[in-house]
Design a protein. Structure first.
Length: 433
């Protein structure tokens, strides 16, 4: 049964991956057609074509390797300085440029002269190239908000899950009381498992974040109002100073860092709580911010990734994960011993995270990524506007093809990184359990 569930998770992720790729390319396709650019091909995947069908002037198809997709637009690069589309050179770098330029025109037909990508205004080209990643962002946001508002997330509440019997600094690696330990304020005051704290020093508390902050700010006598068996009771603990885990500006615990603060001595119960629209948007904003930081930090994670793959290093939880790793995680999700709705929500969040990663990765201003073409169009706009202001001749379209040697280097780096992540996902995968 475990094997079948794992295979089901992998298959479902593959379907979600193909849909995400198709959705991405649909953004490029729809805006390209909107601006009158001819698109001969719309393909999901790479390699040999498994299925294709012509509709109008475009061939739609699925290829054997689901590692990406593409649309082929006519005239991605402008002609050379001599006006010729094709040229040849003995220089390997120059050959890369000319091969890319030639490929952009290889399906040129009569009447296409006014339907070339490079002839469109820069802002239109920016929209066409941005539309693909934007579709992934839309999908990620839609999935995340749907899960957050209908299902929710594990959230600490003001209900007591357990009471610590004695005062133990959270930096100490023990959970049993020693004879010399003082009773915890919660235990001494009679706080019990199942109590729900509704007020602190006479003021209502709305959630765990507020209650935790007020406990940490209090040292000395306090009044804790709880609901127990349908009745409200006032307890009178004397809070002590203790070494507790530090929290960041968002109220999240920072592992390994401790501060001296007020201490009551109980564990908050965790429940799955649906979020409101505003809370969901804030959570999504945090997810995007974390994603940006993760992309920026990618180069610094390569040594740890190498050690985890070829050495005895530990595969960290925040280690980069590729398609194989995400598929394995999806298989693990299907085997979790939790309610079905939890499994569905977890799987959807994996898919949302993948789409967010596609958006952020493709927005890097490097060829051959979409962000590289966006940067080229923006640079062309800047050049032309500067020339117009200073009454200089129009410099013409920016020849992105000249950057193809750089694009090949970037693609080579990405391929090496992808292979490293693939090997790590096989040899030393990230596990959620």
């Amino acid at each position: 049964m475990t094997v079948l569930l794992t295979l089901l998770g992998i298959v479902l992720f593959a379907v979600g991956l193909l849909f995400s790729i198709a959705w991405h390319e649909l953004g490029h396709l729809s805006t390209a057609k909107l601006f009158g650019i001819r698109v001969p091909q719309y393909m999901v995947g790479f390699g040999p074509t498994l299925w294709s069908r012509h509709k109008g002037e475009t061939e739609y198809g699925i290829k054997a390797i689901p590692m990406g997709g593409y649309i082929r637009m006519i005239g991605m690069f402008p002609p050379g300085t001599d006006g010729r589309i094709e040229a040849r050179s003995t220089s390997p770098w120059r050959g890369m440029i000319e091969d890319a330029r030639s490929a952009a025109y290889e399906e040129l037909q009569p009447g296409d002269e006014k339907r070339l990508f490079y002839t469109r205004k820069p802002w239109k080209r920016v929209i066409v190239m941005f539309a693909g990643p934007f579709m992934n962002l839309v999908l990620a946001v839609a999935i995340f908000l749907g899960v957050a508002m209908s299902f929710g997330f594990a959230t600490q509440t003001t209900e007591v899950a357990g009471v610590q019997k004695c005062v133990i600094a959270q930096s100490e690696e023990r959970d049993t009381c020693a004879p010399s330990d003082r009773p915890s304020p919660a235990h001494a005051a009679g706080l019990r498992e199942g109590d729900r704290i509704v007020a602190f020093d006479g003021e209502p508390v709305a959630d765990w974040a507020e209650l935790s902050a007020r406990i940490r700010d209090t040292i000395g006598p306090a009044t804790v109002t709880v609901e127990r068996d349908g009745q409200r009771l006032d307890l009178h603990p004397t809070l002590e100073k203790n070494l507790v885990v530090r929290k960041d500006a968002d109220g999240e615990a920072v592992p390994g860092q401790y501060v001296a603060a007020g201490y009551l001595g109980f564990a908050a119960k965790t429940e799955i709580v649906p979020l409101g629209f505003g809370e969901s948007v804030d959570r999504m904003g945090d997810m995007i911010e974390d994603g940006v930081h993760a992309v920026i930090a990618l180069p610094g994670k390569i040594p740890d990734l190498w050690n985890a793959t070829f050495g005895d290093g530990e595969r960290k939880a925040d280690s980069p994960v590729g398609i194989v790793g995400a598929a394995r995680i999806s298989g693990e999700v299907m085997n979790l011993d939790v309610p079905t709705q939890n499994i569905v929500a977890s799987f959807l969040l994996v898919l949302a995270t993948f789409n967010l990663s596609l958006f952020l990765f493709n927005m890097l201003p490097l060829l051959p990524l979409d962000g590289g073409h966006i940067a080229g169009a923006l640079w062309e706009s800047v050049r032309r506007n500067v020339a117009r202001v200073f009454r200089r001749p129009d410099p013409g379209p920016f020849d992105v093809a000249k950057l193809m040697p750089v694009a090949y280097v970037v693609a080579g780096v990405f391929i090496c990184f992808t292979v490293l992540v693939l090997l790590a996902d096989i040899v030393n995968p990230v596990k959620i359990s």
